[in-house]
Write a protein that binds this ligand. Sequence first.
Ligand code: WTA
Length: 645
Amino acid sequence: MSEVHTYPVPETFAANTLVTNDDYQRMYRQSVEDPQAFWSQQANDFLQWSKPFTNVVEEDLTKGHAAWFADGELNVSVNCIDRHLPTRAAQTALIWEGDDPADSKNITYQELHDNVGRLANLLKARGVNKGDRVCIYMPMIPEAAYAMLACTRIGAVHSVVFGGFSPDSLKDRILDSDCRLVITADEGVRGGRKVPLKANVDKALANCPDVHTAVVVKRTGANVDWDSKRDIWYAESVAEQSTDCAPEPMNAEDPLFILYTSGSTGKPKGVLHTTAGYLLASTMTFKYTFDYKEGDVFWCTADVGWITGHSYIVYGPLCAGAVSLMFEGVPTYPDASRCWQVVEKHKVNTFYTAPTAIRALMGAGDDFVTKCDRSSLKLLGTVGEPINPEAWEWYHNVVGENRCPIVDTWWQTETGAHMITPLPGATAMKPGSATRPFFGVQPALLDEKGQEIDGEGEGALVMKASWPSMIRSVYGDHQRMIDTYFSTFPGYYFTGDGARRDADGYYWITGRIDDVLNVSGHRLGTAEIESAIVLHEDTAEAAVVGYPHDIKGQGIYCYVTLKNGREPSEELRKELINLCVQEIGPIAKPDIIQWAPGLPKTRSGKIMRRILRKIACNELDSLGDTSTLADPSVVDELVDHRANK
Ligand code: WTA
């Protein structure tokens, strides 16, 4: 490995931080040695309880079980809104920046309260009760946050589905969690283009007979089909409702939301998070990882359809009483300086994005960055995939003018909040390393036999103890949660990632060690893409693997075997690509399709993905032992016809 440059905590930062390195050491030690005392204090400092808890945590990872603050009661919307009103009613809660640079507005905590109250009352009027599921399929507009918080007001469980998913994916998710009400918009707007959300909902709902209501926000005013028994306009319907809605007291372990995410096998899983633990962890990490100070403007560029948007646009920031910027558009529209124009316009202090965006912007050249005033920036962050040191250096030197620390935050939909991350006033940074565990997080590396590795080494990344925002279930299939996360290594939570620990105890995430792809920071299961491809009547079999892609991190490489007598053609290639987009969404668009007369299989018929990965990555010298294959000549054929990239 080449020499790693270490960046110390900038002195100006260390002098005025919430957590110094000494604080980190002390707090971390307490969090693992005396979790009862540590978490009890944090939960009382960060959250407002309507009924205090007496138990902090009960857990049994061998059964995938954890319960946090289990006898306490609270309401998430009260924590994110009402308790701020005495001091911050007139303070901005959300800054909304539209796709069009001329569109923006500020929403105060009072306005947030009123909008959430009206929508919560509307949901009740349409028959939504505590525990019912509500699907949210929205563009990045303030109503998306109102919708999430309105659910929490009345104890409904939201399932936000990213607006880029296809009608079919939306339908699967609505049915899986039995949502009866959907909140959407006529159209979304991204990068100057319209996204037909209502039309997608109409298609999805054609196969969801139990959905009785679609609440539709008018975003563009486009003509949309209307089912007058089912569809209601958001603005007129909420206008009739009161702004006051009594909050439903929720048990700490009541379900808060479901968020679907891809795994190695089968359809996406509905990851279930519960109330108090999730809110505490998202808020605490927001405060500490981003060293958030009163009045700072915080911008997370994620979509609320992903966990990053849940935790760091909505719940963490609002629970902390922060100013959270929500951006409707894309980093390259109208041009590659958009992010930095927004930073200048709204005096953004912290900017949090994905490495894929950083690489794309780096490719556009420094001028787009340097022509904008970035003097407001104090801190930068990344999330979603490993960041290559070159992109890290560019982010640090060019965007952050060598002044701003970078927090490289490792976490997952299932973890709810940051797990391994620098704290900017405490942790010296190494480009490409997510550094050290957050409070209470106890990572370990396991070797192939499942034994813990001490000191330096590389292995499967697991957690030895639960943390407040750990996944509690897979909606409708609790056993699947146990099988996926708690069975591979009994007694541990298995992340699906590999990692290396260096001599300083810093963690370096090496990427997924299961069949999950990370394309532009979005998780995709190879099985989902394979299922889409084999829907085509000409295909017999498909195997999908990832390969390194300069911008996206990973690209999608598909090996496709056709049925006897069917011929490959350009047209067929396009049909297969379209099928993936149609079935899953544009994020699942294959980059490469290689026609494969046969796939490398063991004698028992298992596809040897390891070999397919090597071919896709052009690592032809290290294909390994192919002698155990049923038909080793298949490999030569694939190598000879390897797709040109
Ligand atoms: C990857 C996103 C390296 C990892 C919050 C994980 C990362 C998956 C990082 C979860 C990081 C996330 N460095 N890899 N800083 N952050 N990952 O559920 O493989 O969409 O398992 O959650 O993204 O993706 P998810």
